[in-house]
Structures are given as structure tokens and as C-alpha cells.
Design a protein around this ligand. Structure first.
Ligand code: HEC
Length: 125
């Protein structure tokens, strides 16, 4: 039995104090993208974190149409927008299914994230 305040990044800490939209984003995007400091091991290495995406000038356009960018089309359904998955090509990972309203909540949450500090020289690289 652990006593004392929850350690940052622990399951105890992760269970509390979510910003609006944070949980929805973690559930839908956090499997592959590091969404916030709360997912300790969130994301897969080759996938940009939300904080990195927030440094992009066009982050909002990208997110508004994320399901059109690979690899998302093969596993994403947007209610009333996308066609059903072809029966002979089912999604290779657990699919994402969102409404446009839910995507708006995710984008509003992303707007609240502090863009990553990529360092003073990153534009030169
Ligand atoms: C199953 C894994 C997976 C899930 C779930 C996922 N993504 Fe991604 N996403 C990726 C990968 C991999 C890339 C990097 C693609 C590349 O660099 O070519 C990416 C890239 C992106 C990009 C940049 C696209 C580009 O071409 O510039 C955006 C925006 C994005 N994801 C938004 C989201 C949002 C919003 C969600 C949740 C609603 C989400 N993703 C869920 C795997 C995923």
C-alpha cells in the first residue's frame, strides 16, 4: 500500500485532473501520439507528439483533416464524413471512430497545449 501524494506520471496521478478534452484525446490519439505529460509511455517513437505538432504553423489544418493523412485513413471513421471500411480490407489496428464535434473538442484541447521547445537552432537543421 503506497502512502503519500501520487507521483507525477503514476497511474494515481493519471486518474485525476484532466483538462477538458484531454481524456478524449488520450483515448483516441494516445495509442500512437504522446498527448500529454500524463501518458508516461504514451505514443510510438516515430509519431509526433501533440506538443511537437503544435509547433507546426499549419497544425490546426492538419488536425482538422487528420483522417485524410496517412496512416489514419485505413483505421479512422468520422461519422457522416468517411465511407465505411472496405469489407475486404478491415483496419489493421483498432479503429478510431469520432464525430466532428468530438474532433473539435480534441482540437480545442490541442490548442491548450504548450508547443514543444525544439531549441533555438531547430530551424537551421
Ligand atoms: C494507430 C496509430 C495512430 C493513431 C491512433 C493516431 N495517429 Fe496520428 N499519426 C500516426 C502516425 C504513425 C503519424 C506520422 C505519419 C508520418 O509521419 O508520415 C501520425 C501523424 C499525425 C498527424 C500529422 C499528419 C501529417 O501528415 O502531417 C496528425 C495531424 C495526426 N497524426 C493527428 C491525429 C489525431 C488528431 C489522432 C486522434 C484522433 C491521431 N492522429 C491518432 C499514427 C496514429
Amino acid at each position: 500500500m503506497l502512502l503519500g501524494p501520487p507521483v507525477l506520471g503514476s497511474p494515481e496521478a493519471a486518474a485525476q485532473d484532466y483538462a477538458p478534452g484531454e481524456k478524449l484525446t488520450m483515448i483516441n490519439c494516445g495509442r500512437c501520439h504522446k498527448v500529454s505529460e500524463k501518458d508516461r509511455m504514451g505514443g510510438i517513437g516515430s509519431t509526433p507528439s501533440f506538443a511537437v505538432m503544435r509547433t507546426w504553423d499549419n497544425w490546426e489544418e492538419k488536425m482538422k483533416a487528420f483522417w485524410t493523412y496517412r496512416p489514419h485513413p485505413s483505421f479512422t471513421q468520422i461519422e457522416g464524413v468517411t465511407e465505411p471500411f472496405p469489407e475486404d480490407r478491415p483496419p489493421f489496428v483498432h479503429p478510431i471512430s469520432l464525430t466532428l464535434d468530438e474532433l473539435r473538442v480534441i482540437i480545442d484541447y490541442a490548442r491548450s497545449i504548450e508547443p514543444a521547445d525544439l531549441g533555438p537552432d531547430w530551424e537551421l537543421r
